[in-house]
Design a protein around this ligand. Structure first.
Ligand SMILES: Cc1cc2nc3c(=O)[nH]c(=O)nc-3n(C[C@H](O)[C@H](O)[C@H](O)COP(=O)(O)OP(=O)(O)OC[C@H]3O[C@@H](n4cnc5c(N)ncnc54)[C@H](O)[C@@H]3O)c2cc1C
Length: 460
């Protein structure tokens, strides 16, 4: 009797992406013993790295960046002991290249000025365009997302901005420069609510919220290796290559999960931390209380393509740069990003490894590697004089077809809360209701919220 009274509560977490790892970490803090079940042979879900066979270099499945406002994510990284492996800018600074001219958007050193001075100096917009953008920013600041939720969820961000004085030039040279990589979709396809969330969160708080950060090490090392160590050192368990077939009920009571090998595993609570499109297959038939979860499947996904090119010489001075009027979008200088780390990620011979990160990449995801090489080696040489084709030493494309869920108008209705009608079943995953778009911050926040809700349930 005494033993069962002191037994620590247990939680099964389905999925070892960032949401699942965050849920496990937060569960440990609540005194709950987590068991993470991950069907793949590695952790990290959609944020992972692998070793390129030819160069032996560790390559991320996609360049991942975060903002200073992503505090759930950075706190999680600190908690698992990996803070030393991430970099954050001191102040926002985004170089943008157009027709050979680089102009920078950034946060002012003068208190209270925010982005205004850099906007006034921004060379890719004329004075009328700058005034339009300033007016648009003021309207964004003055708009309450809560009071206007219904209308903002019906309209696209492009049409919302057009109704507030924005034109093709300001949309192409400023608004979509930020929206496309941040929301992985064109400004004409995302909801006004998602657009406002982005600008209000990133650019209208403190300068700290706006800074850009990234990992200095491969993504699997950052969260996968450190997450595994943290969970197992705190009496949790992580089982790789363990696919969950479905939730396991006895009558109306959720007992645990049924694995793909037919065995069952029992726990006090279950947290699903799988993508929205994988939730349905976990739900057994005959439970009406689960019917409302089916709506998650209506979310759509958008692809990201990463074009890695190794050059025998330096091409970029900055760690990253945006390119306007070109298919190049954003280019990251992987060599610089990983430069203070010895080992596989350094370029030993003075060369440079860059990755072109293509968001909303439906067109590119369909192309063969050969075609991609032709297009992007040519575009790089057009944009950067040093990047001519004869200096290319290796080319690699990485396609992630279901990289993110889409924040199209109406999509908020499919973003379910972490609590469900089943008292000991909780939902995590970047797609659940966190207010954030499909990001690492959303994934970690969802894991935290689900674990907090599970702890609250267990304390009752
Ligand atoms: C190329 C690319 C670039 C990106 N860039 C950025 C960026 O710059 N900034 C940013 O913030 N975000 C970025 N993202 C998005 C970010 O990676 C995701 O939002 C986040 O990783 C989602 O985490 P998650 O845990 O919610 O889901 P996932 O990472 O998808 O994890 C779900 C896990 O569940 C497992 N699973 C599924 N079904 C089962 C089952 N039946 N049994 C057991 N396990 C199961 C899966 O194998 C997976 O590991 C990018 C994504 C991609 C692909």
């Amino acid at each position: 009797m005494a033993a069962s009274e002191t037994r620590k509560p247990t939680s099964i977490i389905i999925g070892g992406g960032l949401a699942g790892l965050a849920a496990a970490t937060r569960s440990i803090r609540h005194g709950i013993t987590p068991t993470v079940l991950e069907k793949r042979g590695y952790l990290g879900g959609r944020a992972f790295s692998f070793t390129d066979r030819e160069t032996g270099v560790v390559v991320d499945n996609g360049q991942h960046i975060f903002l200073g406002a992503c505090t759930n994510y950075t706190d999680f990284i600190s908690e698992i002991g990996a803070r030393g492996s991430i970099f954050e800018q001191e102040r926002l600074d985004v170089p943008a290249l157009k027709n050979g001219v680089v102009s920078r958007l950034g946060w002012s050193r003068i208190p209270g000025m925010g982005m205004l001075p850099s906007l006034l100096r921004y060379r890719h917009l004329g004075m009328a365009g700058k005034l339009r953008v300033i007016y648009g920013m003021i309207r964004i600041r003055l708009t309450s997302r809560r009071k206007n939720a219904e209308a903002l969820n019906r309209q696209t961000f492009r049409s919302w901005l057009e109704d507030r004085g924005q034109n093709e030039s300001t949309i192409a040279n400023l608004w979509n420069l930020i929206v496309l990589p941040s929301l992985n979709d064109d400004i004409g396809d995302v909801s006004a609510d998602a657009g406002l969330m982005l600008f209000q969160t990133a650019l209208m708080g403190s300068g700290r919220d706006a800074v850009i950060g990234y990992s200095r090490v491969g993504l699997s090392e950052l969260a996968g290796k450190h997450g595994m160590a943290y969970v197992t050192e705190h009496d949790g368990e992580i089982r790789l290559n363990t696919e969950v077939a479905s939730l396991w009920f006895e009558g109306e009571a959720l007992r645990g999960v049924r694995l793909a090998d037919g065995s069952t595993l029992e726990a006090d609570t279950v947290i699903t931390a799988v993508p929205h499109f994988a939730l349905g297959s976990l739900l057994p038939d005959g439970h009406q209380s689960l019917d409302s979860l089916a709506i998650a499947a209506s979310l759509e996904t958008a692809p990201i393509v990463g074009i890695h090119i190794w050059y025998d010489r330096p091409i970029l001075d900055d760690p990253f740069i945006a390119v306007l009027d070109s298919p190049l979008q954003f280019i990251f200088n992987v060599t610089a990003i990983h430069s203070d780390r010895s080992g596989a990620m350094e370029e030993p011979d003075g060369g440079q490894h860059v990755v072109i990160s293509l968001s909303g990449a439906w067109r590119w995801a369909q192309m063969e590697r050969r075609e991609l090489e032709e297009v992007f080696v040519r575009e790089m040489s057009r944009a950067f004089p040093a990047a001519s084709a004869e200096h290319v030493t290796r080319f690699l494309s990485v396609k992630q077809v279901d990289a993110t869920f889409r924040v199209t108008p109406g999509s908020n209705a499919a973003r379910l809360p972490q609590k469900t009608a089943i008292p000991n079943l909780f939902l995590a995953g970047d797609w659940t209701d966190t207010d954030w778009p499909s990001t690492m911050e959303s994934a970690v926040k969802s894991g935290n919220l689900a674990a907090d809700a599970a702890a609250e349930h267990l304390s009752r």
